[in-house]
Design a protein around this ligand. Structure first.
Ligand SMILES: [Fe+2]
Ligand SMILES: [Fe+2]
Length: 133
């Protein structure tokens, strides 16, 4: 079974954003498979960098999208995106500095905030768009 199974409840009904979210889940699953067997620093850094890059890309695209629909809470979303990036960068520092962090806690943590962010914050702009129509 996949580490993170995509479910209908994550759908925003906005294909471009849904596809990016699905791609993010696929990245997390791929790396979970790669690192769950070992906590090798090299693997974890590679994993984190790919996730970090994709997260940055997605947030940029999402912020453009929110601006295009004149989403009123865009500043709040941007702040949360920033926090997530900071969290990922802190993980990166932790790995580099050889402090103990297991791939399990890393992937679980990423799964947790991703779920929460989509289900709560991203859903808000999807709902905003629905109301507008
Ligand atoms: Fe978001
Ligand atoms: Fe998102």
């Amino acid at each position: 079974m996949a580490f993170f199974t995509w479910e209908q409840k994550y759908e925003l009904g906005i294909p471009e954003m849904d596809n990016q979210h699905k791609k993010w889940v696929a990245i997390l699953n791929k790396f979970y498979d790669q690192v769950s067997k070992s906590d090798l620093k090299k693997n974890m850094l590679e994993m984190l960098d790919e996730a970090l890059n994709y997260t940055k890309f997605h947030f940029r695209e999402e912020e453009k999208f929110m601006a295009s629909i004149n989403y009123t809470n865009i500043d709040e979303q941007k702040r949360m995106h920033k926090n997530i990036i900071t969290t990922l960068e802190d993980f990166r520092k932790t790995i580099i500095s050889d402090k103990t962090i297991t791939s399990m806690s890393l992937t679980n943590e990423m799964k947790k905030w991703f779920k929460e962010h989509i289900l709560v914050e991203d859903k808000k702009y999807a709902e905003f768009l629905k109301q507008k129509k």
